[in-house]
Ligand binder design. Structure first.
Ligand SMILES: CCCCNC(=S)N1C[C@H](O)[C@@H](O)[C@@H](O)[C@H]1CO
Length: 694
């Protein structure tokens, strides 16, 4: 028996050693003499597409990867978002939708190689470019993406967790990963810190071994390549349709005289911002320039091939402040919902000129369902639910504390103070509002502040009244020098000539509270010191319980107060709907509502803002649905419910079988809460170039 055990142990150890070492006969490298990649010693060119596992429900990873393979790709490219995998310092999550190993195995099993981009910074229209916001706790001036020990220390700790997970999936070790990117367009960042890049290079080699092909990506011009490239990291470039590939590759050659030509991001579409036209790139233009690239025998990755969705709060923003919407459709060859488009067919036809496509068609779009209208009901205001949303109670501080210093990363906060002096038409100024503030005085709406302006409003108040500011984090800047994008209220608040002090600051954990938020009677908020009796009354209501028994449940029967302008206290609305047969993908049409967060069966679908557009519907993947469903809206500004000129028939949402992400946008400043967003043809190419150039 002992001998058998010994044998088993020895065999196990041997397998472990083998896993960490090169798999016999497999190699991926660069042939500098012949300007090509070599895969198992043979010249190799990749034709790749970007897909982000963090933006696609795990239940659909295989569907998307199969479609990408069928379209003719031999590789995919994906980012690894640090802030997903280390949500709190030292707390790691590589499970469920964050199970990167499962994703890599699936890509490998689908016949796709992988170009991995683990950052630590990734840009990607992702909150703070993938960096965790807790880096800024007690250190808002941390020099991100540099040798600053305050930054590099956490980088080392995180990479010590991530990179050993990656190593077995390297091509040389039997996995699909052929190349690994270090940082991301580092040459575009102001720090230009070669020590930082060298540190990352050594760190990656330390964990992944000396044989892995490490590379960088930057724009194709000297201005960025100067700071983005160092020895030992293969220089690649990125550019979209409209840029002459030969010219762009000349830029690469200046910094990488030998080796394969590589475009790591060939843009098939482009990113969106709330309030600006949905980006569109003509499919024929994409095809024409893709063909030029392939004719040069360059390797290319199409960014994005499947864009997906910024579920939850994870969208980023561009400066000075333009947050990106929930949909990351990107006008990509596969839609946000994974549906093949004409652009995919056109691209496939080009690829077919350079490599054999797999047999068989690209799988069709998954079925979509229209579940119709759902009646919504007002449940409570955010102020009614403070004990549930902030179970630890407020932090009291003389002056406002940032979201990061409250050890919160995403979502919403409440800043509350009791006025100590009367004010008549005095200016309430909140220059540090990050990003939108919903102001109430004794639970009566008093206006909305925005970091894009206005950041102040006139207030008339009595001493003793309670000033509330619900603050929304709309997503952290993910590109450029201002990625230190702290949230909450980051500077003092003044009323007239007085600086307001003695704040009660609440982190609002909606996602955590949701499962039980409405399953018990709503306890109207009473401030800790009892200064805020509930304004609207609670009626004893008998309501039909789920099991048909009458149950006694307190329920606020009134709508929250609204200002003359129609603004309401941020409030929760719920609805339920049944699905008889197998749930399918659907799209939640939010027209008629203003701005907020939507949840179905506790899953955070993301942000809605139909009065801004261009996105009107939210993608609801089938995996979120079941036979009995509930929907919760956290409406920040104004609902269509019980408005004077409308009946409850308007207090609905609708699940439809098609997306609307390209609605006409027009500045809604001054318009109050009636969505005029309508469907329209996407704008011309130059419209979103203006977006990018600001
Ligand atoms: C408006 C500035 C956009 C800068 N980002 C650029 S050029 N991009 C390059 C970047 O590497 C990638 O992550 C994406 O962010 C992409 C845009 O989709």
């Amino acid at each position: 028996m002992a001998a058998t055990v010994k044998m088993f142990v020895a065999l196990s150890l041997f397998v472990l050693v083998l896993q960490g070492q090169r798999a016999a006969g497999r190699s991926f490298s660069i042939d500098y003499d012949n300007n090509t990649f070599l895969k198992d010693g043979e010249p190799f060119r990749y034709i790749s597409g970007s897909i982000h596992y963090s933006r696609v429900p795990r239940s659909y990873w295989q569907d998307r990867l199969t479609k990408m393979y069928a379209a003719g790709l031999n590789a995919i490219q994906t980012y690894v978002p640090w802030n997903l995998h280390e949500p709190k310092p030292g707390k790691y999550d590589f499970t469920g939708n964050n199970d990167i190993e499962a994703f890599l195995k699936m890509a490998n099993d689908t016949g796709l190689l992988v170009i991995l981009r683990p950052g630590p910074y990734i840009c990607a229209e992702w909150d703070m470019g993938g960096l965790p916001s807790w880096l800024m706790k007690d250190n808002s001036s941390i020099v991100l993406r540099s040798s600053d020990p305050a930054y590099l220390g956490p980088v080392d700790t995180y990479m010590a967790q991530l990179l050993p997970k990656i190593k077995p999936y390297l091509y040389n070790n039997g996995g699909p990963i052929i190349t690994v990117q270090v940082e991301n367009e580092y040459g575009s960042f102001y720090t230009c810190d070669y020590d930082y890049l060298r540190h990352l290079r050594e760190l990656f080699i330390q964990y992944l071994g000396p044989d892995v092909v490490l590379f960088t990506t930057d724009g194709w011009w000297d201005g960025v390549l100067k700071c983005g490239t160092i020895d030992g990291l293969y220089t690649t470039v990125d550019f979209g349709p409209g840029t002459d590939p030969a010219g762009a590759f000349k830029g690469q050659r200046k910094h990488q005289p030998k080796g394969p030509l590589v475009n790591s991001e060939f843009y098939t579409g482009w990113l969106d911002h709330w309030g600006q036209p949905h980006a569109h790139t003509d499919k024929d233009k994409v095809a024409t320039y893709l063909e030029k690239i392939l004719e040069l025998n360059a390797s290319v990755n199409m960014y994005m091939f499947e864009g997906g969705t910024n579920f939850g709060y994870m969208n980023g923003a561009n400066g000075p402040f333009k947050p990106q919407p929930t949909s990351y459709d990107y006008d990509a060859p596969l839609t946000e919902a994974g549906d093949p488009t004409d652009k995919l067919t056109t691209i496939s036809n080009v690829i077919a000129k350079f490599r054999h496509l797999p047999p068989g068609p690209v799988p069709p779009a998954t079925p979509k369902a229209a579940y119709g209208k759902v009646q919504m009901t007002f449940e409570a205001t955010v102020l009614d639910k403070l004990t549930d949303l902030s179970p630890d109670g407020p932090i009291r501080a003389d002056y406002p504390i940032t979201m990061e210093n409250m050890q919160q990363s995403y979502g919403f906060m409440l800043y509350r103070t009791t006025l100590t002096a009367a004010a008549t038409g005095a200016k309430l100024s909140v220059p540090g509002i990050r990003d939108r503030g919903y102001v109430m005085l004794d639970e009566t709406p008093a206006g909305i502040l925005s970091r894009n302006g206005p950041m102040d409003l006139n207030l008339t108040a009595q001493a003793g009244q309670v000033l509330d500011i619900v603050v929304e984090n709309q997503g952290r800047i993910n590109f450029g020098r201002y990625i230190n994008d702290s949230k909450g209220i980051i500077a003092n608040v003044t009323l007239g000539n007085d600086t307001l002090r003695s704040w009660s600051i609440y982190s609002l954990d909606i996602d955590g509270a949701l499962p039980t938020l409405f399953s018990q009677p709503s306890n109207p908020a009473v401030d800790i010191d009892g200064s805020l009796p509930p304004l609207s009354y609670v009626l004893q209501n008998d309501i039909e319980g789920i099991d048909g028994q009458l149950t006694n449940q307190e329920k606020r029967s009134t709508q929250p107060r609204r200002s003359r302008a129609g603004q309401m206290v941020p409030s929760f609305y719920t609805g339920t709907f049944s699905i008889q047969d197998t749930p399918q993908d659907t799209f939640l049409n939010m027209r008629g509502w203003t701005k907020g967060q939507a949840f179905v069966n506790g899953f955070n679908l993301g942000r809605y803002w139909p009065v801004e557009g261009p996105q009107i519907t939210l993608y609801v993947p089938a995996s979120v649905l079941k036979s009995e469903n509930n929907i919760t809206l956290f409406e920040l500004e104004a609902s269509p419910c019980n408005m004077a000129q409308s009946s409850d028939a308007d207090c609905t949402v609708e699940f439809q079988d098609r997306p609307i992400i390209n609605a006409t946008v027009s500045r809604h400043r001054g318009e109050k809460y009636d969505s005029t967003a309508t469907d329209s043809a996407p704008p011309q190419l130059d419209a979103f170039v203006a977006v990018v150039l600001g």
